[in-house]
Design a protein. Structure first.
Length: 257
């Protein structure tokens, strides 16, 4: 998923602002288990999200994988490709652990150091809002080091005749300087916390910055190491409705109703 896999393999109000304005390779036999993350969030009418689960354990690695399978989208071609991509990403992560953990075991035996079993854990969470089919997929990889690495990919899919995974830049009206608005709101939250102000290094959101809609808020997400040290985890900043709703495109607003 993105550039994370390669990194993981080696190691993880504001009126003023508004006026300024924006086939798998598997060595062991998969054993069906319960989903790692229960799908308890509301399902969008007509759209069903079920789970596909793979669990494996050997002396060299352990895998606990539960990915979403989406059905009921208006755009069937998009739906088929989305499910295929989600499955392939999980299979690739599993295959990589199988290969690397086997090599690590060979090296450990050769050079006389203890073998620490690798791990890959994939789970998901549904955040469905209106006609926006939103969910996140979390991947945790452990490669035998001091700690593992976690990455979360957020999907925000407009369930239209021609479906689209909306990026952050797709949300806002043309001409809106949403970077300015979001950057200042995030900086305000950082400065309000002395610990964050000292440890965080934030400059700007990207056009494809991960985001989600939660409890009415627009939540901007950052990956491990992106704006702070590993100990800070994956920082997230909630932008309240009054600070962003008027900046959204009308068709995006309709998706949220």
């Amino acid at each position: 998923m993105k550039s994370f896999k390669s990194m993981a393999a080696s190691l993880l109000g504001s009126a003023v602002l508004l006026s300024a304005v924006v086939s798998p390779a598997i060595a062991a036999t998969p054993v069906p288990v319960k989903p790692a993350v229960p799908v308890s969030s509301p399902q969008v009418k007509g759209v069903v999200i079920t789970s596909k689960t793979i669990q494996q354990k050997t002396a060299e690695y352990e895998a606990n994988i539960t990915i979403p399978v989406i059905s009921g989208l208006n755009d069937k071609a998009y739906e088929a490709k989305l499910n295929a991509d989600l499955l392939k990403q999980a299979q690739d992560a599993l295959k990589e652990r199988q290969i690397m953990s086997k090599q690590d075991a060979i090296d450990a035996k050769k050079y006389g150091y203890p073998m620490r079993p690798h791990a890959v854990d994939i789970s998901y969470k549904v955040h469905s809002v209106g006609k926006l089919i939103a969910f996140s997929v979390q991947t945790y990889l452990y490669t035998g080091g001091a700690h593992g690495m976690t990455d979360v990919t957020y999907y925000n899919i407009a369930n239209l005749d021609k479906a689209q995974n909306l990026q952050l830049a797709d949300l806002f009206q043309p001409g809106i300087n949403y970077h300015y608005v979001l950057n200042n709101l995030i900086k305000q939250q950082i400065q309000a916390d002395p610990e964050k102000a000292e440890l965080y290094s934030f400059e700007t959101v990207a056009d494809n910055q991960p985001y989600s809609f939660e409890n009415g808020n627009l939540v901007i997400h950052f990956t491990q190491y992106e704006i702070a040290a590993y100990a800070a985890g994956m920082p997230a900043f909630a932008i309240p409705p009054h600070s962003y709703l008027n900046l959204l495109r009308s068709d995006v607003k309709a998706l949220l109703q």
